[in-house]
Design a protein around this ligand. Sequence first.
Ligand code: HEM
Length: 404
Amino acid sequence: MTGKCPFSLEEEFEKFSSYSMTPDEAHDLIERARTECPVPYSRELGGFHVFMNYEDVRNGLLDFQTYASGPSVLRPYSEDMPVFPPSSFDPPEHGPWRKIFTGGVNVRTPGRIEPLVRADTIELIESFVEKGECDLHLDLAELIPMKAIFHVLGLEPELHDTLRKMNVELLAAVGEPEKFMELWVPFAEFGWKAVEKKKADPQDDYLSVLADADIDGRPLTPEEVGACVISLLTAGHGTTTAALTNLFYEVLRRPELKQRLIDNPEDIPLAVDEGLRLHHPFLGLYRMATKDVEVHGKTIKKGESVYMAWEAANRDPAVTENPLDFNIDRSGFQSLAWGLGKHSCVGRMTALMEQRVVMEELLARVPDIELTAPEKVKWDFHGAETQGFLELPARFTARPRRDS
Ligand code: HEM
């Protein structure tokens, strides 16, 4: 591979971004560039290089000294935008921030909240089981991850709809710093007040961890506390929602696979992994070069942005066969779906559990469920790099509701 792009590809890539094209268009361009133009440059969003091949993305994620997460992993970057801890920090500052997050979301979390996630899932399924139809995105995938984060945070369920709306609006405004700040300030204030309230009655939850948190011995400011609450909500809601919708889409349009998962629910985690490999909630995120560096004969200059396109890396034919097939028996390579190294996903085990539980309950309760119009599914980007689709109608034999 060389850094010499054919002119036509170079020109096409100048307009590459999640704000200016659809996910299908982005992937089409990436697949045409993989070999001849492995590190192309886009002039969108302030300009950035793209890493798309597995080895490049893997090495880039691990090499935090060359590819920094600060000042932000989102583009366009504006100095007026607030900091997202722990994502926007690099070592050594990153460590103490990450420790706050892992204090509230860790190996114990999935076990602690699984019964609650299961109860929420059953309640939602019962709410539409008599109708014989539902929208799997709106009636299930959009709702469960926010409810799950509420259990992680230790927040009262009455605020669920308000915060879900605030979260979706905030992420959609990443490209508009002024609007973003208008939404951020009341959101952060809400987070800080919720943590203050917790101080009177601390529990085993993330807000209680924040109530007691410090950075190298100094207490967090109200703005920092608010930012920690917002970061967890943004990291864990839209991501898991998109992952669930994608999983339903891939499994339910394959009757044999669906039957295999009904007969062998222990295989559901394989489908979850494969769903995330093929369709990530976000194609990638950004880093900033801390020094001049040469990759495939091309110079990336200090201060320039690099897009780590991990979804493209997970589809790299150099590391996995027939990468566009949905194959739950795929093995032998490490998916980059959870990132890698210092910034790898804090909520991985929790997000895996959520998807497994929802799939288990859905297939057990309405095993004949099928998608109503899979051919109408249209992938799109929805701000801040998130991608997916916003409706997924399904039908099944109507059944009497079981009241709890
Ligand atoms: C299917 C759902 C999810 C996916 C695919 C996902 C994926 C990722 C990825 C790829 C990263 C690395 C970002 C980077 O390198 O810049 C990340 C970071 C992170 N994730 Fe997740 N995530 C999911 C769900 C969650 C959930 C449910 C939570 C919390 C409950 C969470 C919390 C975080 C946090 C706090 C970080 C930042 C870690 C750091 O910078 O040290 N994620 N996630």
